[in-house]
Design a protein around this ligand. Structure first.
Ligand code: CAA
Length: 380
């Protein structure tokens, strides 16, 4: 087993760290406060190749491996988890999905601009009554000549306001259940596509989350991904990779919480000594660091399996389940270590706590990850 990173992987991690420190740190808290989408920052991220990290170079991507993606995602999310999720959705769900399953025409038309940052993408699976129960799709797509006509509503769509295209799952044959769901590339400019109000959220407040409605929205049949009926498998396979991205985002939040706690404990005095000299604080720091390292190894294990072309759904679910859990716990401990200062906006730890919670919810709740893991255990 080799636990060392290649020179290229280290270079990507350093590049992401530099970008996060120089371009994101100064404005992350303010963007969170104002719920302001990081438009300029995402553009710069794209210039570094971070919006299409795993896309082949011939489609304007950086053609890197998943391990590099994990390293970059952790560094970006360590400073700004909102930018982390914007990057993750475009990379793991949108560009990876089209890279793996798109036609040549779809790659030319959509993948190239999505990977270069000219376009932004979103992933539209969830609905008002189809969250964890993702097969319960009410959005329908009816074939009409060389088009499909889409009707329905999608919920909780990250990047939904600024996305130029959405990957949309819709039912083409309701008699077939999961096998009657298809996936489409839908442009924001197609008539009948409309964006709902922006949600007010607990955390990751500078990323946008909206509902998207389709009213007789005509989508060219050429925009169908794979065959009719492939949509649910497409969504599940794509989400397997997405869960590695969210595990990395959770890791970044946890690491930021630990970094802040170490710094604060060496500055703050109580009972005549720095609080870092109290065992009560030392034990917290030790547990936080140990949990983070365990989550990091799980996440890299999933990324490595994916890069080797091996099955990785179980590893990805384990990584997301554990990394999201320790992100919440670590952020909570960071607030506790900061005491009253942890509860106010002056220090960033209250933002880390608010940002951490969503990692246990999106791209499959922790309960769904347990279902995925248990099914693998019982099947193998
Ligand atoms: N890869 C390939 N195929 C898969 C698969 C996978 N990972 N998981 C399921 N399938 C296939 C099954 O094999 C089955 O096909 P066959 O009948 O041919 O065998 C078909 O899909 C249906 O699967 P299930 O019978 O297992 O379906 P289910 O109803 O029991 O649901 C589930 C399974 C795991 C609970 C799934 O519904 C699920 O993952 N739910 C959570 C959805 C989710 O993660 N949503 C996140 C929204 S996106 C988001 O958050 C993005 C964002 O903006 C940040």
């Amino acid at each position: 087993m080799n636990f060392s990173f290649s020179e290229e992987q280290q270079m990507i991690r350093d590049m992401a760290r530099k970008f996060a420190d120089e371009e994101l740190r100064k404005s992350a808290a303010e963007r969170d406060e104002k719920e302001e989408f990081p438009k300029a920052e995402v553009k710069k991220l794209a210039e570094l190749g971070f919006m299409g990290m795993m896309v082949p170079e011939k489609y304007n991507g950086a053609e890197l491996d998943t391990v590099s993606y994990v390293l970059a995602m952790e560094e970006i999310s360590r400073v700004d988890a909102s930018v982390g999720v914007i990057m993750s959705v475009n990379n793991s769900l949108v560009t990876w999905g089209i890279t793996e399953y798109g036609t040549e025409e779809q790659k030319e038309k959509y993948l190239k601009p999505l990977a270069s940052g000219e376009m932004l993408g979103c992933f539209a699976l969830s609905e008002p009554e189809a969250g964890s129960d993702a097969t319960n799709q009410k959005t329908v797509a009816v074939r009409d000549g060389d088009h499909y006509v889409l009707n329905g509503t999608k919920n909780w769509i990250t990047n939904g306001v600024y996305a130029d295209v959405a990957l949309v799952m819709a039912t083409t044959d309701k008699t077939k259940g999961a096998k009657g769901i298809s996936a489409f590339i839908v442009e924001k400019e197609f008539p009948g596509y409309s964006i709902g109000k922006k949600e007010k959220k607990l955390g990751i407040r500078s990323s946008d989350t909206v509902s998207i409605a389709f009213e007789d929205c005509r989508v060219p049949a050429a925009n169908l991904i794979g065959e009719e009926g492939f949509g649910f498998k497409f969504a599940m396979k794509t989400l397997d990779g997405g869960r590695i991205g969210i595990a990395s985002q959770a890791l970044g939040i946890a690491q930021a919480s630990l970094d802040a706690s170490i710094k604060y404990s060496k500055e703050r005095k109580a009972f005549g000594v720095y609080i870092s000299e109290h065992q009560a604080i030392q034990f917290k720091l030790a547990d936080m660091a140990t949990n983070i390292q365990a989550a990091r190894l799980l996440t890299l294990d999933a990324a490595f399996a994916k890069d080797q072309g091996k099955p990785f759904a179980r590893q990805a679910a384990m990584a997301k389940l554990y990394a999201s859990k320790i992100a919440v716990e670590t952020a909570l401990e960071a607030v506790q270590i900061h005491g009253g200062y942890g509860y106010i906006r002056e220090y960033n730890v209250e933002r880390y706590l608010r940002d951490s919670k969503i990692t246990e919810i999106y791209e499959g709740t922790s309960e769904i990850q347990r279902i995925v893991i248990a099914r693998h255990l019982l099947k193998d």
